[in-house]
Design a protein around this ligand. Structure first.
Ligand code: CMC
Length: 432
């Protein structure tokens, strides 16, 4: 949306430029600087994009000050408790919640794309058994572009739809197989009679030797974790997917890049880092020592699962997960879980500490998710893979939105050059 308002910029030398102010449905207005360079010869400087809107988007909205997260206008807390992952996926992709018939069709479309081309098994087999599942997933998802390149014209709506279904459907199979390969177990094929999260758990934990019954309580808890991770507007990995996709590249290659971006400990890798940190702390008595380290600017240690670029309040996803952690551990008879006790106490101490209060550092989505996943028997090195599995929906929704955006251009930031000015080449004998 465009408002009539403008902002006037006066440059040294008296040159004036008037820039339009754009207004969305919610959130801060933005200054449209597209004309700035042509009018003034100047760029803007914003490392880390702390004050830059890179696109228009109608998918997800975050009010970081208030701790609110909306998917297509619906509160995350409501979706996490009243909906299910594939319904939320449909909502993110299409903008509206599905009717019963639309949902049935969507679930069918996803379910019937879960199988991987048999040849893909050999890709897995090329890896060392101790390879991190995220490394394997980057490679296998990237390789999907080699399997589905003939029927993929990104300008064709049907092709995009099939690629979207394939990506969401195959991700659980790829993630579960990365795990099976790492422990030397046979791959378990997807089962169409199981729901999305249950099918993933089955591929993770079943063996060909005996029947494996998925606990519906665990499947529901995992489904909720998927919902909470499904999208989060223009975060690092989503921006990566958009940037790669903006060149017209295959969406499978773009998602592979998104997985790579998600892997870092400042982003999706934090859930694994949180559990490692809780283990390292070891006991409630040692919490003050780690709080002191987190505050010490000479120590690189940070409280993992704390702080967020956008949230300056409690991350609403962390609030849902905190409650979920209590429920799941109770159901599993692991109420006295030591890591959960340390996490709760750590949160209490940090939230009452001036350092964290001043900087508005609160628990984020990764703070409690790892504890739940670990209690479910999911190994630590799979945590970020599960984040990637769920975020695939957001990546595909944002990729589709980008392709359809008439203002979309290849992503190409500029820079503030600080290298040497032009100088003559010196022959090797003339160099000191
Ligand atoms: N522990 C201790 N101090 C912290 C922490 C932390 N976890 N997070 C931020 N700070 C301090 C930081 O040192 C800085 O202090 P000062 O102003 O004195 O220099 C101030 O708070 C602002 O931090 P920043 O690094 O400028 O903030 P940012 O927006 O660039 O970084 C963040 C955000 C999430 C990378 C950061 O808070 C962090 O490293 N957190 C731990 C890792 C983590 O939990 N990541 C998951 C993010 S949520 C899920 C996802 O995105 O995947």
């Amino acid at each position: 949306m465009t408002s009539n308002a403008t902002v006037r910029l006066t440059l040294p030398g008296g040159v004036e430029v008037e820039l339009p102010i754009l207004e969305g449905t919610l959130g801060p207005k933005v200054v449209d600087i597209r004309r700035l360079y042509a009018a003034t010869g100047m760029f803007t400087y914003d490392p880390g994009y702390t004050a830059t809107a890179s696109c228009r988007s109608a998918i997800t909205y975050i009010d970081g000050e208030a701790g609110i997260l909306l998917y297509r206008g619906y509160r995350i807390e409501e979706l996490a408790t009243k909906s299910d992952f594939l319904e939320v996926a449909y909502l993110l992709l299409n903008g509206e919640l599905p009717t019963r018939q639309q949902k049935q069709q969507f679930v069918h479309d996803i379910t019937y794309h879960t199988m991987l081309h048999e040849q893909i098994q050999f890709l897995f087999r090329g890896f060392r058994r101790d390879a991190h599942p995220m490394a394997v997933m980057i490679a296998v998802v990237g390789a999907l572009s080699a399997f589905y390149h003939e029927d993929l014209d990104v300008e064709d709506a049907h092709h995009r739809l099939v690629a979207t279904h394939r990506m969401i459907a195959k991700m659980p199979t790829i993630a579960a197989w990365a795990y099976k390969y790492s422990i030397g177990h046979p791959f378990i094929y997807p089962r169409n009679d199981l729901e999305y999260a249950a099918n993933f758990l089955h591929m993770m934990f079943a063996t060909p030797c005996e029947p494996y019954r998925v606990d519906p309580v665990l499947a529901r808890a995992l489904d909720r974790i998927f919902i909470l991770h499904a999208d989060h507007e223009q975060n690092a990995s989503t921006s990566t997917v958009r940037l790669v996709g903006s060149t017209g590249a295959s969406p499978y290659a773009a998602v592979a890049a998104g997985i790579a971006s998600l892997w870092g400990p400042a982003h999706g890798g934090a859930n694994e880092a949180v559990v490692n940190m809780l283990e390292q702390i070891g006991s409630v008595e040692r919490i003050p020592e780690f709080i002191a380290r987190a505050k010490d600017k000479n120590d690189p240690f940070r409280l993992m699962g704390f702080g967020h670029r956008v949230y300056k309040n409690y991350d609403p996803r962390a609030a849902v997960l905190k409650q979920s952690a209590d429920e799941v551990l109770d159901l599993l008879g692991k109420k006295e879980n030591k890591k959960l006790q340390i996490a709760r106490e750590l949160e209490k101490i940090a939230l009452n500490d001036e350092y964290f209060q001043e900087r508005k550092l609160f628990p984020n989505v990764d703070f409690y998710s790892g504890i739940i996943l670990e209690a479910m028997g999911i190994p630590r090195h799979m945590f970020t893979a599960i984040f990637a599995l769920a975020r695939t929906v957001g990546w595909m929704a944002q990729w589709n939105e980008m392709i359809l955006d008439p203002e979309q251009k290849i992503g190409r930031p500029r820079q503030l050059y600080t290298g040497p000015a032009e100088r003559p080449f010196l022959p090797i004998d003339a160099r000191g």
